[in-house]
Structure formats: C-alpha cells, structure tokens
Design a protein around this ligand. Structure first.
Ligand SMILES: O=C(O)C1=C[C@@H](OP(=O)(O)O)[C@@H](O)[C@H](O)C1
Ligand SMILES: C=C(OP(=O)(O)O)C(=O)O
Length: 435
C-alpha cells in the first residue's frame, strides 16, 4: 500500500492547465474510430480511463497513432469497419468505455466480451442491457446481465422510442451509438438532461440528429450522413478543474486560475453551486472551441455558506460531488445533497465513502439514501489517514481537504488520481507556497 502525506500550505497561487476533458476524449476516439477519414485529436487526456478506450478500439482493428502524450491521430475504420477482437476487451476502471462500447458493438456482426477491473465489474449494467435488448441486441452478463463481463453477439437492431429513467450520459450515448446500426430512427425522451457531448459531436460529424428540449431523435446514417472524421482540440476538464476551484475557495490565502476549461452548460453545475455558496469566481475569455464553449476560471479565497444541491443540478455536477462535499464541510451552515442516488453506482459508493472520509477528518456528515447532509464549519477538518479505495475522485478530494486540515493527512493509493488526472500530484505541489 502506498501513501502520500500532506500538510496545509501557507498560500496557494498558480495557473493550472488542467488536462483534456475525459468525456470528450473518450468520444473523440470512439466516434472517430467509426468515421470515414483520419482525425487529429489535440489535448487528448492521457488518463488511464481514456487509454482503456484507445486500447479497446485498437483491439477492434482501428489504427490509433500516438503523436505525443496528448496528441493522437485516429484512422477511422468507417461504420461497420470494426473486426472481431481476438481477446476480451478490457475497459479497466472506465464505465464510459464499457457502456459506450456496448452500444457501439450491439449492432456489429461479431462476438465481443467487455470486462474491467474489480470496481467496474461491480457496477450496474442492466441500465444499458435492458434497452439494448429491446432494440434487438443479444447481450448478456453476470447477475442476469447486470454485471460485466458482458458478452455481446452483435446483429440487426431496430430503433424505436425509449424513455430514459435516469439522467445518464452513458446510457443515452450507448443507445444513440447502437442506433447508428439500426434499421429505423431512435427517439429518446425522459431524463435526456445529462452531459450532451455525444449529441454535439455526432451532429458535428454530419449525422442526422435532432435535439429538442424534450426529446432526441437520431436517424440511421445514409451515404450522405455517415460519420465523417472530426479533428478537434479537447477543452480542459471542468471535473478536474473543480478540485482547484474548491481549493482556492476554502483556503484563506489563495488565487488559482484554470484556463481553457469546458463550460458546456451540462457540465457547469459545480460553478453554479460554488457561486451560490458565495465563492469569489470570475469567468473570463469565454469562447467557442469546436462544438464546445470554453473559458478561463479564476477563484480566490472565499467565505462559503451552506447550500442545497438537488434536482436538475445533479447531472450537471455528478462527478464533482466528492469535492463539493469538501467545500460544504468548510462552509458555514448546512449543505443538503439529495437526488444523487447515482453516486452509489460510481467507482465506489460515493455517498458512503465521502461521508466516511469527511467524518474521519472531523466533519459532521449524515449520509442519506440519495445524498448527505453536511453541517459545515470553517476550520473543522483535521488530518488523518484516508483511503482512496482506488477511486480517483476520492484521492483528489482528500488531497484538497488536506490543504486546510490541521496536522498531517495521509492518503492511501494516491496513484488512482491518474485515472482522470495524470499530473495531479505534481500540479498540487506546484501551487503550494510557504509564507
Ligand atoms: O458519459 C460520460 O462521459 C460520463 C457520464 C457520467 O456517468 P453516468 O452516465 O453514469 O451518469 C459521469 O459520471 C462519467 O464520469 C462520465
Ligand atoms: C464515474 C466516473 O467515470 P466512469 O463512469 O467513466 O468510470 C468518474 O469519472 O467519476
């Protein structure tokens, strides 16, 4: 077991170029793999999750050239150009890789097995298996199809109408990708309000996709609407930047800048919550990069107050809840998080693990069925030994909490951070100053 020990620094200052967005990096590789032509991807996230996606598409016969650590060229195989892999496809720790690939492979005329690490194999898959079967897919897995490994014998699919019961971009994307090889259009209604990178990217690649407030319709590609290779620069990941936003807001002597962060409105819930808590945030240099809005975010030391995080906000900040819980523990008054049952289906049960970790640091946290209630008090956290349980977002949330804790904090299995944020520990060292 490895660990890293941190103490609170006197000052935090710096400009942090956060790595490329994880959701967009996955999609840039997967969608270009089925496109016609070659795409250049700049600022690709070389995190373990996105590297799993690259390895899987290579296993399907696609050539991905690595020009540099963050620069790739994907030579598209075209729709129907994948070949049956010689071995199981290992999605590692990445739910996005497994669920999007399951959708893509459900309509391919060959056999595939998708698996992953112990965490991924413990996560629910019926959410994709049930609707993909309704489209005609032959797909099975452990626990009556609810757990990976998933075995897929691809074949003919039909479109139709599916009402999404949970706001999950992975489910939404799996169904849209399956529909690319269906014989009729697919219409999605219900909880379509999750991150919309799939819709934006498929539209930019020329597919016939209509997105309205209440429904999304994708028509099967024709010669004129087959996906065309799309070169892009991946914007900075707001889910990674959120660690620095909270660090600056809770530390008494801080100013941190995160330039070039994706400000897609389906991803900016953490900024909205931090503003509602009273954080000193400035967003400057807002612009459009490809299909995504981006901007530079500046956060300074703030006096935070408790807030409510619930309802439509939840899908807009689902991965940021561990770090927002740290902010809540350092705010004045009560923060209520509800409607976030999905946290129980992540790399760890993030309701249980966040509540346990923050409580061990002296915070007052009551876990509930679908969230938690945190009674915040500035200065209440103290150092202790915390496990990341190999969950990247926990490792980083504990590191930021350590920046304001009394005494030493030791984080076990810190390397987990590289699942979404390679270079996190170096960036953390670089922004700390002694006074
Ligand atoms: O589609 C995506 O890229 C993601 C969707 C979210 O998962 P759900 O679809 O399960 O909400 C998120 O937690 C994950 O980190 C990335
Ligand atoms: C839940 C996450 O990712 P995934 O579902 O892709 O494993 C995450 O990055 O916090």
């Amino acid at each position: 077991m490895t660990g890293i020990t941190l103490t609170a620094p006197g000052r935090l200052r710096g400009v942090i170029q956060v790595p490329g967005d994880k959701s967009i990096s996955h999609r840039a590789v997967l969608f270009n793999a089925i496109a016609t032509g070659s795409a250049h991807i700049a600022n690709f996230l070389p995190g373990a999750d996105c590297l799993s996606t690259v390895a899987c598409v290579r296993g399907l016969g696609v050539t991905v050239e690595q020009l540099g650590e963050r620069e790739l060229v994907v030579h598209g195989a075209g729709l129907g150009g994948f070949r049956e892999p010689a071995d199981v496809l290992d999605c590692g720790n990445s739910g996005t890789t497994l669920r999007l690939l399951a959708g893509l492979l459900a309509g391919q005329p060959f056999f595939t097995v998708l698996t992953g690490d112990a965490s991924l194999r413990s996560r629910p898959q019926r959410r994709i298996v049930v609707p993909l079967r309704a489209m005609g897919a032959q797909i099975d897995g452990r626990a009556e199809g609810d757990r990976a490994p998933l075995a897929i014998r691809g074949g003919a699919l039909r479109g139709g109408h599916y009402e999404l019961p949970i706001a999950s971009a992975q489910v939404k994307s799996a169904l849209l990708l399956a529909a690319l090889s269906a014989d009729s259009p697919i219409t999605l209604t219900g909880r379509i309000d999750s991150r919309d990178h799939t819709e934006r990217m498929l539209a930019a690649m020329g597919l016939d996709i209509t997105v309205a407030a209440e429904q999304i319709t994708l028509r099967p590609p024709t010669a004129a609407t087959a996906p065309a290779a799309l070169s892009l620069r991946v914007p900075g990941d707001p889910s990674s930047a959120a660690f620095w936003w909270v660090a600056a807001a809770i530390h008494p002597d801080a100013e941190l800048v995160t330039p070039g962060v994706c400000l897609n409105p389906t991803r900016t819930g953490a900024l909205d919550v931090l503003r509602a808590m009273g954080a000193a945030i400035e967003v400057v240099n807002e612009r459009l990069e490809g299909s995504e809005p981006v901007g530079d975010v500046v956060v300074r030391s703030s006096t935070l107050r408790g807030t409510t995080i619930a309802g439509a906000l939840i899908p807009r900040l689902i991965d940021e809840i561990p770090i927002l819980a740290v902010a809540a523990a350092c705010a004045d008054g009560e923060t209520v998080i509800r409607d976030a049952h999905e946290l129980r289906a992540k790399e760890t049960d993030r309701i249980a693990t966040v509540a346990a970790g923050l409580s061990a640091m002296g915070a007052l946290v009551e876990p509930t069925a679908d969230g938690m209630v945190i009674t915040g008090r500035p200065g209440q956290l103290h150092g202790t030994t915390l496990d990341s349980y190999h969950d990247h977002r926990l490792a980083m949330a504990w590191a930021i909490a350590a920046l304001v804790a009394r005494g030493e904090t030791t984080i076990l299995e810190p390397a987990a951070a590289a699942v979404s944020y390679p270079g996190f520990w170096q960036a953390l060292a670089a922004v700390q100053e002694t006074v």
